[in-house]
Design a protein around this ligand. Sequence first.
Ligand SMILES: NC(=O)c1ccc[n+]([C@@H]2O[C@H](COP(=O)([O-])OP(=O)(O)OC[C@H]3O[C@@H](n4cnc5c(N)ncnc54)[C@H](OP(=O)(O)O)[C@@H]3O)[C@@H](O)[C@H]2O)c1
Length: 291
Amino acid sequence: MRTRPLGPGAPDVSTIGLGGMPLSFADRPAEARAVSVIHAALDAGMTLIDTADVYCLDDNDIGHNERLIARALASWPGDRGSVIVATKGGLTRPGGRWERNGRPEHLRAACERSLKALGVGHIDLYQLHAPDPAVPFAESVGAIAELQREGKVRRVGLSNVSVAEIKVAQDIVEVVTVQNRLSPFFREALETGVVNYCANKAIGFLAYSPVGGRQLNKKLPDHPAVKPIADRIAASAHAVVLAWVLAQGPSVIAIPGARTVEHALDSASAADLVLSEQELKTIAAADFQRV
Ligand SMILES: NC(=O)c1ccc[n+]([C@@H]2O[C@H](COP(=O)([O-])OP(=O)(O)OC[C@H]3O[C@@H](n4cnc5c(N)ncnc54)[C@H](OP(=O)(O)O)[C@@H]3O)[C@@H](O)[C@H]2O)c1
């Protein structure tokens, strides 16, 4: 499987990583099946798994996805050391809602919980899940920088940020990755220059919801621009779209979610798929309706 540098000073990882989120929501599979999805992704050569403390049902279930990944890695016969597990802190799930909490004391407590849930002495990549408008951004980043100085966090990433916010963070800590949404349906990371900025600084850009998320991805197999390309190159529509996402910048890494082995393997196949200039242009020019 093709690889790219995760970011400055970090090892290369597979260009397609596994997004853990769908394995921990209300319609999550039973644990044995979820573990088989993670094992299939790892066996296919994925060396990056993205998770978060809040990939769970609600605040009573915090860490569900991290515990699942820890159990899957413990029972995987491969080389655990070759896999980067990226988690996040900075959100909460009261009553199943999504709320932000970027206060330093919350980030510290969340990081401690994630260390326990993952069963590790340090976190490979710790990402601030989102800026909290109630807390100065530099304070949230500063708290994570402190966790890094203490050795609890190996590398630092950001998520849901603008170029201006990345620059603020870079004055405080080495930013290794930026995780924002990117798919043909949602191109704001391209339009606002975040993907380009990351490419120029060799920061890994982790494209989240790369096939459009849990609902929109279902439109892909019949999409008038994607289907003919998929048919022509004998790939799935999802793999074609993932290849398009990877082509948006030299530091882009896509982290599609999957609840089945079949979907995880299909996404893995996109790492080796290269679209022609014309195919890339066709997808770029096409309309991807969100309704
Ligand atoms: N930082 C953030 O704020 C943020 C926000 C959202 C997501 N994320 C991260 O990004 C990851 C991916 O985002 P996402 O899960 O929202 O959306 P996504 O990857 O665009 O779409 C996920 C859904 O698409 C389906 N799918 C994916 N690949 C497929 C394939 N090759 N063939 C057929 N179906 C396929 C899967 O369906 P099945 O479930 O039926 O297999 C999956 O549930 C998350 O898991 C999470 O790690 C981060």
